[in-house]
Ligand binder design. Structure first.
Ligand code: COA
Length: 164
């Protein structure tokens, strides 16, 4: 039976750090569903459709990956797609407490879903979507950390805001 993993996140926007984790997950599982969460409690810069579109474009070359989005609880979505595990990236020790909380809470809601933590390559350890957004907004260049489509989308957002 094919093993499906779910890689959920806000992806506001997707970065090369996320893509690095995704590629590692495809080396372990037969299929990986990268799913953009609708309900994250975050005030996102990109709409759900925009985040999903950027994820689709940025991962188009990676085999055995499907991009989707989901409303409601991540464990319900995991069950719906028949995922055997949930993938989360663990960058630094500071991620651990938050990630453990999410993993344990998800396990409490549905004991059938296990979380697997993957560590990104060294160069992505200090990357986050918030930092990327801030640096691009202030005119910085981060080409090696974001897919080209994300760079363009962020610049377009910045220009639109400047014109308001
Ligand atoms: N490389 C670079 N950055 C990374 C990364 C990596 N490998 N892994 C995580 N990050 C960053 C993200 O960019 C993001 O940065 P930001 O906070 O500056 O935006 C941060 O780490 C975490 O974002 P993300 O990985 O997208 O996860 P999240 O914590 O925003 O999303 C969900 C968590 C989607 C899994 C959670 O909100 C959820 O499950 N929602 C559905 C509702 C639900 O079931 N809630 C109950 C959960 S217990």
């Amino acid at each position: 039976m094919k093993k499906i993993a779910l890689y959920p996140g806000t992806f506001d926007p997707i970065t090369n750090g996320h893509i690095d984790i995704l590629k590692k997950a495809t080396e372990i599982f037969d299929h990986v569903v990268l799913a953009v969460a609708e309900d994250t409690g975050k005030n996102t810069q990109f709409s759900l459709d925009e985040r999903k579109k950027l994820c689709t474009e940025a991962t188009a070359q990676i085999e055995r990956v499907k991009v989707d989005s989901f409303p409601g609880l991540v464990v319900d979505y995991a069950k719906k797609i028949g995922a055997v595990a949930m993938i989360r990236g663990l960058r630094a020790v500071s991620d651990f407490e938050y990630e453990l909380q999410i993993a344990l809470m998800n396990k409490q809601i549905d004991s059938g879903i296990n979380t697997i933590f993957l560590v990104p390559d060294y160069k992505y350890l200090y990357l986050s979507s918030s930092l990327i957004k801030q640096i691009i907004r202030l005119g910085g260049v981060l080409d090696e950390f974001i897919p080209p489509c994300v760079g363009q989308a962020l610049k377009a957002k910045t220009n639109n805001t400047d014109n308001c």
